[in-house]
Design a protein around this ligand. Structure first.
Ligand code: F3S
Length: 63
């Protein structure tokens, strides 16, 4: 799985940080950092984060 966050859409709602803190980190109000190569044990959390993002900024690619 790979994940991409469209940072032009991200509004810093932090649902992703709450649901998958090992993958997504927020630095300040809107500086979202994340690991694009998702570890296998984080797949479900990342799917939940993608579903929970209010502006659909998280794009998940299955490999
Ligand atoms: Fe941004 Fe969505 Fe996360 S708005 S901080 S990608 S929940």
């Amino acid at each position: 799985m790979r994940v991409v966050v469209d940072l032009t859409r991200c509004q810093g709602y932090a649902q992703c940080v709450f649901l998958a803190p090992d993958v997504f980190q927020l630095h300040g109000e809107e500086a979202l950092l994340y690991d694009p190569a998702v570890p296998e044990d984080q797949y479900e959390r990342v799917r939940q984060a993608a579903a929970a993002c209010p502006v659909q900024a998280i794009l998940v690619g299955e490999e």
